[in-house]
Ligand binder design. Structure first.
Ligand SMILES: Nc1ncnc2c1ncn2[C@@H]1O[C@H](COP(=O)(O)OP(=O)(O)O)[C@@H](O)[C@H]1O
Ligand SMILES: [Mg+2]
Length: 253
């Protein structure tokens, strides 16, 4: 079976004097239905890689395919949540949430009713008509996450989706995400700098080196699902977390 995400010898340099070599020699795969995370220190090129897979940046060299299509030739092969969420300020929360789905051809009625259900589940009930500026950073991020999940694509790219959330909300979102992923089995590529989050959610975790970012280590997270507090406080989890942190530290120095 062909992998859902396949990246081969990918490199990208932002133009300038001198150019900024963001990523180099990136090789990775994600199987269909697999949850894969990418961890790396700030500025190492994680967002650049996701933008390439989202079709927003054309790489300097190399190949990237998503669900059998060349990801560098068209926008929107995968559902994509940019870092920071990014809502359109002139649309209310509900309209922001359905945007990805309606652009992808889902009927407005269907998208809206699906979004309404998720608003409750995301702790956003009652805020359907709010403007983005009336929502906290964490709420805006949840609307953006909701929009991404409502976009009918089998592969989902999430760039630090829980960055602005407090610890409790973050834990709730982890539970929700595991639940949804177990039911839908979409392929997820998840960017984070939080190793505990990566091990909790993923099947596999790639470690990216400092810029120019390249993938230098790979870990399997073998814990039974769903993974909650009991798993995170187990000695096995602590050991693996220590190894992953060591690899991240070595890759970042
Ligand atoms: N549009 C851009 N033009 C020039 N340099 C950029 C641009 N976007 C990002 N960079 C640089 O590329 C490197 C990687 O950035 P990024 O992919 O955002 O890293 P990360 O997401 O891992 O924090 C950084 O050094 C950043 O400053
Ligand atoms: Mg980033």
């Amino acid at each position: 079976m062909e992998p859902a995400i396949e990246v081969e010898n990918l490199a990208h340099a932002y133009p300038g004097k001198p150019p900024v070599q963001a990523v180099m020699d990136v090789n990775m795969v994600a199987a269909e239905g697999e949850f894969v995370s990418l961890v790396g220190s700030s500025g190492c090129g994680k967002s650049t890689l996701l933008k390439v897979l989202a079709g927003l940046i054309r790489p300097t060299s190399g190949h990237a395919s998503v669900d059998g299509q060349d990801a560098t030739q068209s926008i929107g092969v995968a559902a994509y949540m940019p870092q920071g969420g990014v809502l359109l300020p002139w649309l209310r929360a509900l309209a922001n949430a359905t945007l990805g789905a309606t652009i992808a051809g889902v009927g407005r009625k269907e998208a809206t009713s699906h979004a309404r259900e998720l608003f409750e589940r995301f702790g956003l009930g009652g805020f359907e008509s709010a403007w983005p500026s009336e929502l906290s950073g964490g709420m805006q991020q949840r609307v953006a996450l909701l929009r991404t999940f409502l976009t009918p694509r089998s592969t989902i790219l999430l760039d630090e989706p829980f960055g602005a959330l407090d610890a409790i909300t973050r834990r709730e979102m982890h539970a929700w995400l595991q639940d949804v992923w177990a039911n839908e089995r979409r392929t997820v590529l998840f960017v984070t700098h939080d190793v505990e989050e990566a091990l909790t959610l993923s099947d596999r975790v790639y470690v990216m080196s400092k810029r120019p970012g390249t993938l230098v280590a790979e870990f399997r997270s073998p814990f039974p699902r769903p993974r909650g507090r009991e798993i995170q406080t187990s000695p096995e989890f602590a050991t693996l977390k220590g190894q992953l942190l060591d690899a991240l530290e070595a890759a970042s120095s």
